[in-house]
Design a protein around this ligand. Structure first.
Ligand SMILES: [Mg+2]
Length: 202
């Protein structure tokens, strides 16, 4: 695809919504220097919903308290319509919102003020989990809920074997299953079954 973007692919495309300009700037700098592409930024919740609609990012980082629309409602609107990971930024005094955040489709939250050493691993983690989930959903797009559950179960079992027996980190364990499936034009479910059966090793 030639769309004028940098030739090195970014780790993920991100929309950020935070009404404190200094925090937003800080967030952007941390993300960009870590290799993420910030495709949109705003200090308003309603604009965050529009930016996600427009740019279809992988990740949206939303503050809770913002003008226009609060971050929880924005998260609900965003996750009901798009395949996007939402990370919520909350103040310490808002930790009672955590339950509500889960119900709003929020993948993880960070309490402000956050450090880049907390933010970056949290992002890596939620993106990796979401990408695994999306890959399983894509494979099972023609199937029903039972197929998805069965696939997730065997993929999880295979992942555990690859982690315990072969010492692979979780993302690499999943990567092995996904890559092998692509290379052999097989389903991840069948590749995972071979790992479980002991007929396939990295
Ligand atoms: Mg705020």
């Amino acid at each position: 695809m030639t769309d004028g973007r940098a030739t090195t692919p970014s780790l993920a495309r991100v929309v950020i919504a935070e009404d404190e300009a200094i925090v937003r700037l800080d967030l952007k700098e941390i993300l960009v220097s870590a290799g993420y592409e910030v495709v949109g930024e705003t200090g308003r919740g309603d604009e965050a919903v529009q930016l996600v609609e427009e740019h279809k990012p992988d990740l949206a980082i939303l503050d809770v308290k913002m003008p226009g629309m609060d971050g929880l409602r924005a998260a609900r609107e965003i996750t009901s319509r798009h395949q996007v990971v939402v990370l919520l930024l909350t103040a310490f005094s808002q930790r009672d919102l955590i339950e509500e955040a889960r119900d709003s489709g929020v993948a993880a939250y960070l309490i402000k003020p956050f450090q880049s050493r907390e933010l970056l691993p949290a992002i890596t983690d939620v993106l990796a989990k979401a990408r695994q989930e999306w890959a399983i959903e894509a494979e099972q797009s023609g199937g029903g809920a039972e197929d998805k559950i069965a696939t997730r179960r065997v993929v999880d079992e295979a992942k555990q074997i690859l982690m315990d027996r072969d010492d692979l980190p979780e993302t690499e364990a999943f990567g092995f299953i996904q890559r092998t499936a692509m290379q052999t034009r097989a389903r991840m479910r069948d590749v995972a079954q071979q790992v479980v059966d002991g007929t396939l090793t990295p």
